[in-house]
Write a protein that binds this ligand. Sequence first.
Ligand code: GDP
Length: 202
Amino acid sequence: MQIKKAEYFISSPEVAKCPKPDRPEYAFIGRSNVGKSSLINMLCNNQKLAKTSAQPGKTQSINHFNIDSTQKEKGPVTKWYLVDLPGYGYAKRSQSDRNRWEQMIEGYLRKRENLVMMFVLIDARHTPQENDLEFVNQLGEWQVPFSLVFTKADKEKPGVVQCNVKAFLDAMRETWQFLPQSFVSSAIKKDGRDEILKLISD
Ligand code: GDP
């Protein structure tokens, strides 16, 4: 699958304000600066879609994008939503911002009935980070289906990337019986794009 058309739709401060849940949606999340905007832009073939932000952790809302919408009599009809969620682990965020983020994300993850899958982005250059493991364990508790995307692979030697991926999955094995699907990506080389889009189209 290739995405032919991707357009920003709406930003919502909470799940109750999100668009009607009448079509499938796929959401992306990860630590601030993990490369989420770059990955979304790469998947959508549109370098300007999600802002590649110089100020990590700034966007604090649930951002919906219309994917492959077609014009119908009553207005545009989109095939599916791509959702850009604000990241976690931004050190400079205030406690009240953190609490707000937690409430918003918990509400979204537990209540969004049309959420098909989350993509959790992990920086492929690092050994397993506590907040990434905590986040995936939380998804497990809430029974939210997810895949892992190890980002920025071009910035490290392939052997190091492989080692970090294995270490993360090994750390998950301590609590998980079945491991999620995982991808290795590079927004520069466009690695991982076909595999991720294939999962969505399947
Ligand atoms: P976000 O905060 O998670 O949305 O991260 P961004 O997409 O804004 O990326 C943060 C920084 O990492 C930016 O300077 C990007 O250019 C860079 N970056 C993101 N993905 C890649 C990648 O796959 N390869 C390389 N070399 N740099 C990347």
